[in-house]
Structures are given as C-alpha cells and as structure tokens.
Design a binder for this molecule. Structure first.
Ligand code: ME8
Length: 519
C-alpha cells in the first residue's frame, strides 16, 4: 500500500519587503506540521512561494531604482536564506513570476471563463494618475477647491476603468453549503464564524483585472489587462502540484490538506479561493488553517514605530531551535501571541536547558561513567518504571490527536509533561545513591530514563530538528529508527555498542550583563 499523502502550504509573502517575525512564525509552524506528518508516515509535500506581482511591487521597485523583477529577486533571496537558517526549507518555492505559474494562472482563468463566470465591465473609483492607483473614499483627504487627494498628496479623479469581473455573487449558496458540510474547513472556529457571517450578508462580484499597470500575469486573449494580484497569488497553490499537467507526479497532492495563513487573509482563502476553484471545476482545499498575529510586547510591529523584529537577529541571539520552540510552545496556535526577550529566555532556560538538557546530560553522563555507556539488555522493571514508560509511549497517539486540530502548543505541552515526570522520576529514584547500594537498580533507572528520552526526542524532532538530531545521536538511535512508529515500538532497542560521550544539547542563555567577567 502506498503511503497517504499530505500537502501543506504557507501564504506566499509579498516580495516588496524583507522577512519579519510573522513570516518566520508561519514558516516554522508549517515546517513543524510537515515534519510531523513525514515522521508519521505521510508522503508530504510542503510548498511556499513569493507573491511578486502587483502595483505595489512596481512602485517599491521604482523608488529603489530597480526593475520589479530585480526587487523580486532580491527579496526571494532573503526569504530563501530565512528558510535555510530556520531549518524550515520547503520542498518547493513557487515564485509568481515563473513561467510555470503564468501557465497555471492563465489556465485557471480560462476555465473560469469557460464556466461563464468572467465578464467585462467598468470598475469605478477614485484614481490617481501620479500614483497609478485607485483609492478608497476613506483613504482620501480634502484638497484645494473641494478636490480630493490621495494619501500621497496626489490629486485623484473619478474614473471608470474597464475591468473583468468574477461572478462571486453566484457562489454564495455553494460556499455556505461548503462551510455547512465541512465545519472544519476554516479553523479555528472563531474565524470560520466570521467567514460564514460575511458570506451570509451576500457577496458582490469581484473585479479581477487591471489595465492601469502591467506588472502581472496577462489576461488570456486580452493582454492589455493583467490579473488582479489575488487571482494570481492564490493560484500558486496549484502551480505547486504541477497544474495544469494532470500527469505531473505531484498532481496526486491536490486538493491540499492545509493552507496555513495569517488571520488577515482568511477572506481571500475561505471565500475567493474555493469559489475560483469551483468555477474552474477543481477540488477545493481540505482546510484553511489560520494562525494569529505576533506582537512585540503587545504592540503591533510597524516600520514607523521601529519595533519590527528581524528573525535573523533572533535566531542568532537565542539559537534557531530555542527560537522555534518558543514560538510554537508559547503562542497557542490560532491565537495572537507576544514576543519578548524575557519570555524567550525563560522558556530557553527552564524548559530546554534545565528540564530536558540537564536530564539528558545527567543520565547519559552517569551511564558513560558507571556502565561504560552500555545499557543493560534486560533490566528488571518495577511498576514505577512501567508507569513512566507507559506515559512516554502514549505520546505519539496524544500528539496525533492534537495535530488534528493543529494544536502545536498542546503537543509540546504533552511532551514536556512527560519531561517533567521523567525529571521527578530521576530525582526520586536517585540513581547516584543506588550506584553504591543497588547497582542493578541504578542500571534499570538509567535504562528507563534513556528510553523515555528516546521517545521524547523522536516526538520533538518536528519542532527542534537539529537539536533532536544531536540528542538522538547521543542516545545511539539509528538514523532510520526515528519515526513515530519507532517511538511506539515496544521492543526495547539494544544499541550495538556503547553510547558516545554526551554533549550538552541546550546551553543556558546568559544575559550579556550577567556573564562572568573574563579571568
Ligand atoms: O498577505 N504575525 O503577504 P504578507 C503573524 N502576499 N503572521 C503575520 C504577521 C504577524 N505580525 N504579519 C503577516 C500576503 N503575517 C499575501 C499572501 S497568499 C496566496 C498571498 C502573515 O507578506 C500573513 O497573515 O503580507 C500571511 O499569512 C503571511 O504572513 C504573508 O504576509
């Protein structure tokens, strides 16, 4: 039987700015889910991309004396580097300027047109010639002589631009039926409820082309128009599966299992995207998985306040894995969260350095010193030992349960509950005392601790892949025995030889001010 498939995506970041912590968060969370599914036996495809078209791209590039493509290349390189640094590199990065993506966008357009859902009309609005942009009434200020001004100070005039429209209004019932039949189509529920309420109020047709700028995918048959950037951007998700090539080896991954996105873009994903797909005769994704926003000590990050957080600096300061762990443990997935230096240092020192790092270091050092690094092959186990092993072995099943809701923070909480139990066990059993009084018991305690650590390390791989690789190496676990099925395997393994000398997995974070003065 072939493995079940799992296809997961991130939103594709706008290519007109550098990566920020929100992008890092989304990428890390999606990576953790993809790794989890892979370790759980799914054939997994993880696709991200870059949103490189639109008027804003053209404007930002012009301000920087670059062509739009030069700007896109520069930003794509930054995001590529972020993915590598965070150990969250995807299987594929779809850049919307690529030929394969133009082909996919034009094909979905043609199919929507063939369904009779695209028509030509006029797009009325306040237009600034200088900015080459339309503005909402609410964005305008009063100018001299009763005139109106754009936010840039440029004069605006009322114009009616020719535009193609998508018959979104025709999809209200079908969308409501979708939300009814698949109550978890949008998660968490609070975002689903917002979407349902919005669609129940009625939908108006959507303007889906522009002819006042040309940085986009040309409309098939009418190249003076380019596609509205969201039609083109959303289509990246099927470009990633080789669409329209039905013979692509990736075609089997559609429909996607999860589009992971931030809460500001649920409407595009939960309303427009399924409507476009239904119109084109394609299957809709299984789930829109919405995450919250990250704030800097409760404040929205913005360039003007100067509190935008650079993920490269954070990863460098705290280490990639503590940074990944912090984001996924501290922020309940789906809710907004806060970043602060104190919070990340607390998590790093308490959960990682003290609880997991020390336990591994102490047990493995004792094993090295007293047993030459060799685990007993058939230790006697008592009820206390069995109880702890039972809890550890229950972790994969509990984790799968939480993963059904994408409750990443609860998976980590479960794992760290067992870390806590293992620490209590180690402290109560006092193997360092038993060393003299009952060496056989010491061996059993070390055996149980190492076995529990093995399961903990396997289950933590999706969240902190590099550190857990080191820990599993220290535990003598073969590279091909690190899947969740291996974690559940009740047959206690006997490493072929003595374990290597342990190396600390998680150093404590020491404040620059508290660091001991050099001697
Ligand atoms: O929206 N905290 O691009 P984008 C958490 N190109 N997540 C955040 C965040 C924050 N402070 N700020 C942004 C776009 N995000 C479109 C997507 S998809 C077909 C097109 C999230 O660069 C945001 O919600 O503004 C989105 O999911 C992602 O980062 C990219 O945002």
């Amino acid at each position: 039987m072939s493995a079940p498939t799992f296809y997961i995506t991130t939103a594709i970041p706008y290519a007109n700015g550098a990566p920020h912590i929100g992008h890092a968060y989304e990428r890390i969370a999606t990576d953790a889910i993809a790794r989890f599914k892979r370790l759980d036996g799914y054939e997994t495809l993880f696709v991200t991309g870059m949103d490189e078209h639109g008027q804003k791209m053209q404007q930002t590039a012009a301000r920087e004396n670059l062509s739009p493509l030069q700007l896109a290349d520069r930003t794509a390189a930054q995001f590529y580097a972020m993915g590598e640094l965070l150990n969250a590199s995807a299987d594929d990065i779809v850049r919307t300027t690529e030929a394969r993506h133009h082909a996919a966008s034009q094909e979905i357009w043609k199919r929507m047109q063939a369904s009779g859902d695209i028509y030509l009309s006029k797009y009325p609005g306040w237009y600034s010639v200088r900015d080459e942009a339309f503005f909402d009434d609410s964005e305008l200020t009063d100018g001299p002589g009763g005139s109106k001004l754009a936010p840039t100070g440029a004069p605006v005039e009322w114009v009616e631009e020719e535009s193609y429209y998508f018959r979104l209004s025709a999809y209200q019932e079908r969308l409501l039926a979708l939300y009814r039949e698949r109550p978890d189509f949008v998660t968490p529920e609070k975002y689903r409820n917002e979407i349902v309420a919005f669609v129940e109020r009625g939908l108006t047709d959507l303007s889906i082309s522009r002819s006042t700028f040309d940085w986009g995918v040309p409309v098939p048959g009418d190249p003076k128009h380019v596609m509205y950037v969201w039609v083109d951007a959303l289509t990246n998700y099927i470009t990633g599966t080789g669409f329209p090539d039905a013979a692509s080896p990736r075609a089997k991954f559609w429909p996607a299992d999860a589009h992971v996105i931030g809460k500001d873009i649920t409407r595009f994903h939960a309303i427009y995207w399924p409507a476009f797909l239904m119109s084109a005769g394609l299957l809709v994704p299984k789930q829109i998985v919405t995450h919250g926003f990250l704030f800097n000590r409760g404040e929205k990050m913005s360039k003007s306040i100067g509190n935008v957080i650079d993920p490269f600096a954070l990863a460098k300061e705290y280490g990639v894995d503590p940074f990944r762990y912090f984001l996924l443990r501290e922020v309940p997935f789906g809710q907004d969260g806060n970043y602060s230096h104190e919070a990340i240092v607390n998590r790093t020192n308490a959960d990682l350095a003290n609880d997991l790092g020390n336990l591994a270091q102490r047990s493995l050092s004792m094993l090295a010193k007293n047993c030459g690094g060799v685990l007993p092959s058939s230790p006697a186990l008592n009820e206390t030992d069995e109880a702890l092993l039972f809890q550890a072995r229950a972790l994969p099943q509990k984790a799968r349960g939480h993963m059904r809701d994408y409750a990443l923070h609860l998976i980590l909480a479960e794992i760290w509950r067992v870390v806590g139990e293992a620490n209590r066990y180690f402290a109560t059993e006092e193997p360092w005392v038993k060393r003299k009084t009952d060496p056989a018991r010491m061996e059993s305690v070390l055996y149980v601790t190492v076995e529990v650590l093995r399961i903990i390390a396997i289950m933590t791989q999706p969240f902190m892949p590099a550190s857990m690789e080191r820990l599993l190496d220290s535990l003598g676990v073969a590279k091909d025995a690190r899947s969740f099925a291996d974690a559940e395997n009740f047959i206690l393994r006997a490493p072929s030889g003595p374990l290597p000398a342990p190396t600390p997995v998680f150093p404590r974070y020491v404040e620059a001010d508290d660091a001991p003065a050099p001697a």
